[in-house]
Design a binder for this molecule. Sequence first.
Ligand SMILES: Cc1cc2nc3c(=O)[nH]c(=O)nc-3n(C[C@H](O)[C@H](O)[C@H](O)COP(=O)(O)OP(=O)(O)OC[C@H]3O[C@@H](n4cnc5c(N)ncnc54)[C@H](O)[C@@H]3O)c2cc1C
Length: 299
Amino acid sequence: MSLQSYVRPRGLDDALAALADPRTRPLIIAGGTDVIPAMRKMRLGEPQAAGDDDDRPGVVVDLSQLDELRGIGEKDGMLLIGAATTMGAIARHELVKDRAPALAAAAASVGSPLVRNRATVGGNLATASPSADTAPALLAANAVLGLASARQGRREVSITDFFVGYRRTLLQPGEIVAYILLPLSRGLVRGRFEKVGLRNADAISMVCVAVEMELDGRVCREARIGLGAVAAVPVRAFAVEAALKDREIDEAVARECAKLVHEHISPIDDLRASARYRSWVAEAVVARMIIDMACKARS
Ligand SMILES: Cc1cc2nc3c(=O)[nH]c(=O)nc-3n(C[C@H](O)[C@H](O)[C@H](O)COP(=O)(O)OP(=O)(O)OC[C@H]3O[C@@H](n4cnc5c(N)ncnc54)[C@H](O)[C@@H]3O)c2cc1C
């Protein structure tokens, strides 16, 4: 099958209906910043070579204009972000900057202004790149993802369970990410995101780290740490988090705990960095962020 049609549904139910028939091989598009480069490689206008299985999409379903999937607000003490909300909108939003600063910083670090005006947070998660920048921030925020499909209806899953392998998620055929929920803690929670790339701007992460810490003075009551580009999937550094819990943080404690990051990472060599460099940077950045958050800045 070659590409037959492009649909821009008016409502979420129409979108789910358009995605429901696997025979049409539907392809979701939101901002298109990952999909369009991939489609260029698919040679959609050309006939399939004889004898080859054609796995090219038959219909493109555009979610980018669905109001039900866009916007940011507060709901039942949670921050609610529609999956088709752009990185630019997330990075600029006062509520996100105030209550989820790691996510705001992660969104602000994606590509260039042109990319951020198109790229959506749902697309960033569904692509499931190990270096997807919003993933560590959402892991550190303990986010819940709202999924929807015509066949299975609605369900909510923890982001910790969402990434199941290299560029694979638990999304079923015809299922979309509809929204993201971030619990808003009542305690004093600090959040930070740091990205190490080959340039200061418009760079894919070599390593990215998001940390959320609930602090009582210098005592860490709770910590959550998300890491990107250091394993096949974005990961939580559970061992570091457990070691920090209820400890009074000083530089020695931060460095001791940060060493445990190696229990969770398995970086590879690629064109951006060696595995050894990524390992070293991940430990160093985690240690520095903990020290900065607990012992220095009050933000
Ligand atoms: C120049 C450039 C620079 C970039 N820099 C960065 C960077 O610094 N950091 C970074 O993390 N990424 C970067 N990216 C990658 C890209 O911008 C992000 O992954 C983006 O967030 C994808 O969102 P999108 O809306 O464009 O997704 P699309 O390209 O429309 O879709 C991406 C994938 O997700 C699926 N999809 C989209 N929305 C949904 C949904 N709601 N539910 C289920 N599936 C869905 C699509 O079918 C497709 O498989 C860059 C890309 C470019 C072109």
